[in-house]
Design a binder for this molecule. Sequence first.
Ligand code: DHB
Ligand code: FE
Length: 280
Amino acid sequence: MAKITAGVGSSHVPLLGVAVDQGKEKDDYFGPIFRGYDWTREWEKAEKPDVVVLVYNDHASYFDMNIVPTFAIGCGERFGICDEGWGPRPVPEVEGHPDLAWHIAQSLILDDFDMTIFNKLDVDHGLTVPLSMMFGQPEKWPCKVIPFAVNVVTYPVPSGNRCWAIGEAIKKAVESFPEDLNVQIWGTGGMSHQLQGPRAGLLNREWDNKFLDMLESDNDDVRHIPHIEYLRETGSEGIEMVMWLIMRGAMGKKVKTLHRHYHIPCSNTAIGHIVLEPAD
Ligand code: DHB
Ligand code: FE
């Protein structure tokens, strides 16, 4: 049977993609950020996941205001790379896993989660930057990826509670897929950041670290943090962190922390990264 063996949380700052593409990972500014991912890059080489369910958000790159799916899953064979204004990033195309993706879609829909299904989808920095942080610059990504898109760009966005619950349903779906597959789930985005308006540049080290502590905890208090708290404490874009709760919900009750990293600043953003293993 397929199994979710680990959960990864990571920021997805587009500037980190630029740093990788331009070979600046070791310079004075980016060095301390990338060193926090060294452990994970080595660990991923040993873990060799077959598939990553990659929870991310599109930033009005492929999606637009014509259609705003709350939760969407990519069921295609492959996914192209978005042009976000400077041409597509020079990274490999993303290969999907249609059989597992359709199985997850069916299981979620029968569990009362109304999914949007994408057969054609291009992915932006929300998905490609975490791949670069975890895998570097391979000619081909080392695993298949199921894009799982969440609307965190325009209100109303889903609650943390709903995100946790859909994470639990993803775990059930994956673990009822008959093929032996090593599956990871990644939650991406965040941490505290606000890109516009009078509070642009807002960062909140204390709150971000409290959030990471709560993810590590055996209780599920973190799922009940209201939107207004993300907005007040972490800025307008901090709401991206609800996507980490999908990953955490898919881990089960208890987790073991394998790795944790936090750094301020990167662009306008606090960088957070965590690697968790189910420990029930
Ligand atoms: C930045 C961070 C993001 O999460 C994003 O999607 C775009 C920009 C930034 O800090 O520059
Ligand atoms: Fe973002």
